[in-house]
Design a protein around this ligand. Structure first.
Ligand SMILES: [Zn+2]
Ligand SMILES: [Zn+2]
Length: 294
């Protein structure tokens, strides 16, 4: 039975926050399990702790995909990489960690071992030297992974223009699919690539109070991120079986509980506000499991 493909297709939100160091919303990071493969999309602050809460050893991660290089999406990477190597609390990584991402990814992965040169040199006496290696690929729009029945496609999104290359990802497995928006403003290319998906995990930003009066700030935010009314248009055009908000970027006292009402102007379908450790199982139905607490 070992070779039997597994039906498991689960998206777990490891972190649903944005830059502020909140304790209940860690930095952006999403685990996707498809059969025997496990991928992490972005490695924000605390991705390692959330993985530990799930009981999943870092050594079991097939690889890491980055949506873009804003620091809040990568500051947890070093922890996954190096703590995963020495296998605390379980399972040393014995093979190189694979990383995919936009322009700049290879450069970052070439420089990180230099920054941690002393630690790597010393610990290589006791830990498998192959396990600390990073194998990075810069990617373009299109299929970026095809193995064990899992196909992953990167598509360009708009996170403030060409100066900041940014991708969303679509993961296809056993006739079903999940789409992760990454960071983006309202984007036609995302809508195109998300067509027919079962699950759409989408970023969101909202402002309230004085922040909602600051026109200049609002303009800047909405050129990089998606407001609930814009997201409502995306959701109503994509018609996923479930839409989930993550990467909650809230200004001026805007509240998570106001996001769904603000989306309803343009979308009446299934929608939940993500929480850290919320898991979504994808099959003939798309089901949310309550956040797991170990
Ligand atoms: Zn972000
Ligand atoms: Zn960003």
């Amino acid at each position: 039975m070992a070779d039997q493909p597994s039906d498991l297709f689960r998206v777990t939100l490891l972190g649903t926050g944005a830059p502020p160091p909140l304790l209940d919303r860690f930095g952006p990071s999403t685990l996707v399990e498809a059969g025997r493969e496990k991928f992490i999309f972005d490695a924000g602050r605390g991705a390692m702790q959330r993985l530990y809460q799930l009981g999943i050893p870092c050594a079991d991660i097939t690889g890491v995909f980055l949506t873009h290089h804003h620091s809040d999406h990568v500051v947890g990477f070093v922890d996954l990489w190096l703590t995963g190597w020495i296998g605390r609390p379980w399972g040393m990584r014995k093979t190189p960690l694979r990383v995919w991402g936009p322009d700049g990814t290879k450069q970052m992965m070439e420089h990180l071992p230099k920054a941690f040169h002393v630690d790597i040199r010393v610990r290589s006496h006791h830990y498998p030297p192959e396990g600390v290696k990073l194998e990075a690929d810069g990617i373009n729009e299109g299929m970026v992974y095809d193995r064990n029945g899992v196909r992953i496609f990167a598509f360009e999104v708009d996170h403030g223009g060409e100066d900041l290359p940014a991708f969303g990802y679509r993961i296809n497995y056993r006739g079903h699919s999940a789409v992760l928006s990454g960071d983006t403003t309202f984007n036609e290319n995302l809508i195109r690539h998300a067509a027919g998906t079962d699950l759409l995990v989408h970023e969101v930003t909202a402002a309230a109070g004085a922040a909602a009066e600051n026109k200049q700030q609002l303009k800047r935010i909405s050129s990089n991120h998606t407001t609930p009314d814009q997201a409502g248009i995306v959701f109503s055009r994509v018609q996923a079986k479930l839409a989930v908000y993550n990467h909650l970027l809230l200004f001026g006292g805007a509240k998570a509980e106001d996001l769904i009402p603000a989306t309803r102007a343009n979308y009446a379908g299934p929608l939940v506000v993500g929480e850290d450790l919320m898991a979504i199982d994808i099959g003939n139905t798309v089901e949310v499991a309550l956040p797991k607490q170990n």
